[in-house]
Design a protein around this ligand. Structure first.
Ligand code: HEC
Length: 168
C-alpha cells in the first residue's frame, strides 16, 4: 500500500514537472477512484478527528446512508488540525491532503467518502477531488464528476470540510 502511495506521489510530481515543460495546456491526468482508494487504504500516519478512533453518529444533514462514521486525515491534511484534532478555524489544506470519512454499518466499514486536495487536477472541484466507494472498491460517486454532488453541501465548511460544524 505504501508503495502505491509513493508511486502516485511520484507520478503526480513528474506530471506536474512535464506539464511545466510542455506548457499549461497539458494538464495532469485525472486522479482516479482506484488511486484514491489505494491512498485511503495506506497504513499509518493517520490522525482522527478529535483525536478519537470512536465512531460517531452522523449529522442529520449528512449525505450518506450509514448511521455512524469516523473521519481521518493524512499527515499532510493533519497539519490543518489543532491540538484537539479539530480543523483549525482558517485552514488551507496543502496539495496532497487526504481526508477519508469511513461510514459504518454495525462494526463494518461499508463506504469510504474521500476528499483529496489537488488544485491543478482537471477533475478537481473547488480544489478537491471527491470520490465515494464501497468497501470492495466499487465506485459509488466517481472522482471524474468533480464533486458535482458534493460541493453544494461542502461549500458551507472550512476549506470545504464539514466535520467542525456537524460535530463541534
Ligand atoms: C447533503 C450534504 C452533503 C453532501 C451532498 C455531501 N456531504 Fe460530505 N459531509 C456532509 C456533512 C454534514 C459532513 C460531516 C460528517 C457527517 O456527519 O457526515 C460531511 C463530511 C464529509 C467528509 C469528512 C471531511 C469533512 O470534514 O468534510 C468527507 C471526506 C466527505 N464528506 C465527502 C463527501 C463526498 C465525496 C461527497 C460527494 C460524493 C459528499 N461528501 C457529499 C454533508 C454532505
Amino acid at each position: 500500500m505504501k508503495s502505491y502511495n509513493n508511486i502516485l506521489a511520484m507520478a503526480i510530481v513528474s506530471l506536474l514537472l512535464s506539464c511545466s515543460d510542455r506548457g499549461v495546456e497539458n494538464e495532469p491526468p485525472i486522479v482516479t477512484d482506484a488511486q484514491l482508494l489505494s491512498l485511503a487504504q495506506a497504513p499509518g500516519g493517520w490522525v482522527y478527528y478529535r483525536n478519537s478512533t470512536d465512531t460517531i453518529v452522523k449529522a442529520s444533514n449528512s449525505a450518506h446512508d450509514e448511521p455512524r462514521l469516523r473521519t481521518r486525515y493524512s499527515a499532510k491534511a493533519a497539519t490543518q488540525l489543532d491540538v484537539n484534532g479539530k480543523v483549525r478555524l482558517d485552514p488551507n489544506f496543502p496539495d496532497s491532503s487526504l481526508i477519508v470519512k469511513e461510514l459504518f454499518t454495525g462494526p463494518t466499514i461499508t463506504t469510504l467518502a474521500i476528499m483529496f486536495k489537488l488544485r491543478s487536477a482537471p477533475n478537481a472541484g473547488n480544489g478537491w477531488i471527491w470520490s465515494e466507494l464501497d468497501a470492495n472498491g466499487n465506485v459509488k460517486i466517481s472522482a471524474a464528476s468533480r464533486g458535482a454532488g458534493c460541493v453544494s453541501c461542502h461549500s458551507a465548511g472550512l476549506d470545504y470540510t464539514r466535520m467542525n460544524d456537524a460535530h463541534p
